[in-house]
Design a protein around this ligand. Sequence first.
Ligand SMILES: Cc1cc2nc3c(=O)[nH]c(=O)nc-3n(C[C@H](O)[C@H](O)[C@H](O)COP(=O)(O)OP(=O)(O)OC[C@H]3O[C@@H](n4cnc5c(N)ncnc54)[C@H](O)[C@@H]3O)c2cc1C
Length: 296
Amino acid sequence: MANPKIEENVPLAPFTTFGIGGPADLLTKPQSKQELVEAVRWVQAEGLEWFVLGAGANILVGDKGFRGLVIKNEAAHCEIDGTALTAESGITIEQLIARTVPKGLSGFEHYVEIPSTLGGAMWQNLHFLSYPHKQTRFIEEIVEGATILSGDEEKTVDKGYFKFGYDTSALHQNDDVVLDVTMQLSKRTVSKLEEVLAKNAEWRHAKHPPNAVKMSAGSIFQKIKDVGAGRLIDQAGLKGYRVGGAEVSPKHANYILNVDQATAVDVRKLIAEVQAKVKAETAHELQPEISFVGEF
Ligand SMILES: Cc1cc2nc3c(=O)[nH]c(=O)nc-3n(C[C@H](O)[C@H](O)[C@H](O)COP(=O)(O)OP(=O)(O)OC[C@H]3O[C@@H](n4cnc5c(N)ncnc54)[C@H](O)[C@@H]3O)c2cc1C
């Protein structure tokens, strides 16, 4: 087994869209599925804590960082055969759009401008109310199967294995690592795909805070069916409310923004205050949808 290339004491803030987070004791950047497997096997043998990091778009890393090995997944090989596509899990949605849209392949145009690796998309069942904005599209719709590392075993699984739901998958309950994913796309004209990309981008620009990909983790709280977390926060009068350098977005109340060198502690305090105020005013309990990583 080859040892992974490891860097020490690496600040994690630049690897997250929040731009927040202390150092990882150890960090490695696997460039292929094989290197990803080797990194996980190495860290398991060493008995250290570990964490697979994608685009860092759905996590808050603690100010004191992470004790153990962060595996920053950069395995991004992709093969297309007709309408079938197999890609390594560190590929980004942006890269997948660039690879498929010019070929007239439909499947990723719904998720334009969402920061995500394919692995992170599988973890959370990436979704968007895509143009014409009548129906939420989920990444699971195009997934056929995947190879995963489960414990020490590399295995091929089908889509059912992931038990996809809204903002969730079986990956929340285990330590499985997605290595690559096989998907079935469909044919559509390039001009139609470009129209959907443009309409989705326009819709996002109208509704979401500008620069959110550089200062937030997207929606902070889970959706409350037929109510909407953002609407409750707005009703509680919290748009623009701040703790330290963290602010509830004045534009989209379910986004918390790092507006002025916010710490992870600022964000945690703001989350707790929003939960308490919304509970007091509306009796609804908001639950975070992001993950908290490392030491706060
Ligand atoms: C501005 C902005 C807008 C957003 N808009 C949307 C939206 O419209 N719809 C939506 O669904 N989400 C949205 N998000 C949230 C985020 O983009 C998604 O949740 C995305 O899928 C996270 O992927 P990631 O690669 O960044 O994962 P990370 O944040 O790096 O990791 C998230 C979790 O996935 C796990 N993980 C990552 N890779 C693997 C792997 N290979 N195997 C197993 N587990 C893995 C990690 O360990 C971690 O637990 C938005 C975020 C931002 C910042």
